[in-house]
Design a protein around this ligand. Structure first.
Ligand code: MN
Length: 262
């Protein structure tokens, strides 16, 4: 057999091997099957058709001194503390719409908390404060809806907060605005109205821990990953809503976000 003939045969053998592999590969895929698709949570991004995929939702507690006091804490810059909401707690609220938001089950004291949300495009561990903002992809207006009675009851019993904070649809959020278009948020008015009456009114500069400091602190406790978002805490004068109330959230330089309690 000459060399050319051998090469042709080798090629044929390779094709055969490839086919076998393909068939094996198909078989392997048919082995353990995924029973159903777990839903993926995404947030629309202003100015692009791309979607931001959410990995974790972190929330910081008592990050404005006056709110910390109204919650019965001493706000003298204790280390920040964090909790999480499940990613499917997100409720997307489009710009210009008043989104229906269900009055949550179990509670008789359903509260609003308007918050700036930072979304991360990269992460890591032990991120220095000076580098922290480099990880931010964009910002949005968010609501940390809270079953205050259940949160307090669990706190009184020294039990986890989950049922008061981490329930379905507890995280309404507007679309993301990219840092390249909007910059960062270290100051600027933040407010919330219910039926046209101002309830919460403060400035982002009043945060006890800035977004950069929150990222740095969080990254000491958790490895941060692209897709993580951080609710940065609410100012004072949180309060209850009833069915029919319209909540309007404002953060300077971002479009308003509005929901109706139904
Ligand atoms: Mn909050």
């Amino acid at each position: 057999m000459n060399r050319a003939r051998r090469n042709i045969l080798k090629g044929a053998a390779l094709v055969g091997a490839g086919a076998a592999l393909t068939s094996e590969g198909t078989q392997a895929q048919a082995g353990p099957k995924i029973l159903f698709e777990a839903p993926r949570t995404t947030i629309p991004i202003v100015g692009t058709t791309d979607l931001f995929s959410v990995r974790r939702i972190y929330c910081i507690g008592r990050n404005y001194a006056a709110h910390s006091r109204e919650m019965g804490s001493d706000p003298t810059r204790e280390p920040p503390f964090f909790f999480q909401k499940p990613t499917d707690a997100i409720q997307i609220v489009k710009i210009g719409e008043v989104a229906d938001h269900p009055y949550s089950t179990l509670t008789k004291n359903y509260h609003y908390e308007v918050e700036l949300v930072a979304a991360l495009k990269s992460g890591g561990r032990n991120i220095p404060i000076e580098k922290a903002l480099e990880h931010v992809y964009g910002y949005a207006v968010g609501l940390d809806m809270t079953r205050r009675d259940l949160q307090r009851a669990m706190g009184d019993e020294k039990k986890p907060w989950e049922i008061g904070k981490s329930f379905d649809k507890s995280a309404p959020i507007g679309p993301l605005h990219r840092v390249e278009n909007i910059g960062h948020f270290t100051k600027g008015a933040i407010s919330l109205e219910v039926n046209g009456v101002v309830k919460q009114k403060a400035d982002l500069s009043y945060m006890l821990w800035s977004v950069a400091e929150q990222i740095a602190k969080l990254s000491e406790a958790f490895e941060l990953v692209p897709g993580d978002i951080i609710y940065s805490g609410t100012p004072e004068n949180v309060g209850p809503v009833i069915k029919g109330d319209v909540i309007l959230c404002k953060i300077e330089r971002l479009p308003d976000m509005s929901i109706r309690i139904v």
